[in-house]
Write a protein that binds this ligand. Structure first.
Ligand code: AMP
Ligand code: ZN
Length: 135
């Protein structure tokens, strides 16, 4: 996609602080990090959301995520790591090219869980059945 900023990063038309690259994925530092070490991993091939990616493509992407998360753990030794991936603007996706956030965490860093946990209602079993039957 010619006007996609992450396609431009993958093609090296825009500079990024790249930390990892293989045939199908590239990882670079987020320019507005949630915490020091916040890294993004993207597929080189454009897809807006994971619904547009095959299981193999997602496997390749998460193989890269696993490598980079291990390197972050080794290099920065964070107390915890969040792996986040937003699909669609309702889910907080701003850049319309699939990306996985790797966010190093420490106790009391003030980063918030993005939802307020609520006890499941009566609809839980019915929703589970709908998902099961769609698989
Ligand atoms: P999301 O809200 O999941 O779409 O996250 C998009 C992320 O991309 C944000 O955390 C931005 O800070 C980050 N971002 C946007 N442009 C760039 C860029 N040119 N280089 C690195 N990170 C970027
Ligand atoms: Zn793109």
């Amino acid at each position: 996609m010619s006007d996609c900023i992450f396609c431009k990063i993958a093609a090296k038309d825009i500079k990024s602080a790249t930390v990892y690259e293989d045939e199908t994925a590239i990882a670079f530092m987020d320019v507005n990090p949630a915490s020091p070490g916040h890294t993004l991993v993207i597929p080189k091939k454009h897809a807006q959301t994971i619904s547009e990616m095959s299981a193999d493509e997602l496997g390749n992407l998460f193989r890269a995520v696993s490598k980079v998360a291990a390197a972050i753990k080794k290099a920065l030794n964070p107390e915890g790591i969040n792996i986040l991936q937003n699909n669609g603007s309702a889910a907080g996706q701003v850049v319309p090219h699939v990306h996985v956030h790797i966010i190093p965490r420490k106790s009391g860093d003030g980063l918030l869980t993005p939802w307020k946990p609520q006890p499941a209602g009566d609809e839980l079993a019915e929703i589970a059945a709908r998902i099961k039957s769609a698989l």
